[in-house]
Write a protein that binds this ligand. Structure first.
Ligand code: SAM
Ligand code: SF4
Length: 330
């Protein structure tokens, strides 16, 4: 699949549920209304949709959410998709998780062929963790990390940089992650979804500032390492570990975008930061053959926009797009 700007689309992210066992303050409002179950695709339908993308050349699949591991029976979807790994059609099957259920599923994920997981953890302070996630338990996530490493999964920690919340902890997060052989990505907060007046502006910390601070204590050497994602990676000489900066606001990375995103209702977003979307549930359900679906995918890719227009400042404190990150998945 090649879009109008000549970019090869080889990466599909799938939000398998909009529900979550946490309520992170930058991601969700406290009282979220979730989709009625009837609107959500069955796991079999999601598997068929993913299969269509794999046939069209998708090499990397990431399941996300909401929290992917709280979807009932989600392991049957992983198992089904794992077959594309075994056949060689798919190069990587992975997930982004808050880690709360990793202790339970790490072994099975590894057995299916998952090699890497992204675990979101913004702070090492249990009280702050509870405040940030509203419902989360840091100990449980730590047990998840242990189980994942025992199962041989490579872990990347994702931490959203939040002004006045975890900005004094970056050094500690670097030492902790690298000390355990895990990569660390710092992420700029994106203006997605309504989370309360002015909250976004308060949270936003440009990573250029974070990098300057970190560079006071660590030697950062830029590398050309890429994961197929938007991060720019640095080697931290003191720890030997990798540190990534994901900067949608201060550094636009759209020119190398290779991905599209599917929601659990079968809506395909060709860009995380734009409203345009294509309905794939209709064509999926209209026929048992994939002909209509294929056509809808082709039409959607032909509409992939050049890039997003995220911006957070005093005049733009509201969301750039109304949907929360948990809808399209991170
Ligand atoms: N529940 C899983 C998790 O937390 O890893 C997967 C879904 S979550 C939406 C995916 C990633 O998006 C997480 O790393 C989370 O920190 C990040 N995220 C959520 N809301 C965000 C926002 N407004 N800006 C930037 N990153 C955000
Ligand atoms: Fe849930 Fe992940 Fe959003 Fe936190 S960031 S509320 S864990 S979906």
């Amino acid at each position: 699949m090649i879009d109008p700007f000549g970019r090869h689309i080889s990466y599909l992210r799938v939000s398998v549920t909009d529900r979550c066992d946490f309520r992170c303050v930058y991601c969700m409002a406290e009282d979220m209304t979730f989709l009625p179950k009837a609107e959500v695709l069955s796991l079999e339908e999601l598997e068929r949709l993913c299969g269509a993308f794999v046939r069209r050349g998708v090499k990397k699949l990431r399941l996300t959410g909401g929290e992917p591991l709280v979807r009932k029976n989600v392991m049957s979807l992983f198992r089904g998709l794992g077959r594309h790994l075994a056949s060689g059609a798919l190069e990587e099957l992975t997930l982004t998780t808050n880690g709360s259920q990793l202790a339970k599923y790490a072994k099975e994920l590894a057995a299916i062929g998952v090699r890497r997981v992204n675990v979101s953890m913004d702070t090492l302070d249990p009280d702050k963790f509870r405040e940030l996630t509203r419902w989360g338990d840091l100990d449980q996530v730590m047990r998840g990390l242990d189980a994942a490493q025992q199962a041989g999964l490579h872990i990347k920690i994702n931490a959203v940089a939040l002004r006045g919340v975890n900005d004094i902890e970056f050094d500690e997060l670097i030492r902790f992650s690298h000390g355990r052989g895990m990569d660390l990505d710092l992420i700029e907060v994106k203006p997605m979804g309504e989370i309360g007046a002015d909250a976004r502006l308060d949270q936003y910390l440009p990573l250029s500032l974070a990098r300057t601070e970190i560079a006071k204590h660590f030697t950062l050497t830029e590398t050309d390492y890429r994961t197929g994602g938007p991060a720019r990676y640095f080697k931290v000489e003191e720890t030997g570990g990798r540190l990534g900066f994901i900067t949608p606001l201060t550094h636009n990375f759209c020119e190398s975008c290779n991905r599209v995103r599917l929601t659990c209702t079968g809506t395909l977003y060709m860009c995380l930061g734009q409203e345009d979307a294509a309905d794939l549930r209709g064509p999926l359900r209209a026929s048992e053959s994939d002909e209509l679906l294929d056509r809808a995918i082709t039409e959607a890719i032909a509409r992939k926009p050049k890039g997003h227009d995220f911006i957070i400042d005093r005049r733009h404190a509201g969301p750039a797009v109304p949907r929360h990150m948990s809808v399209t998945g991170g």
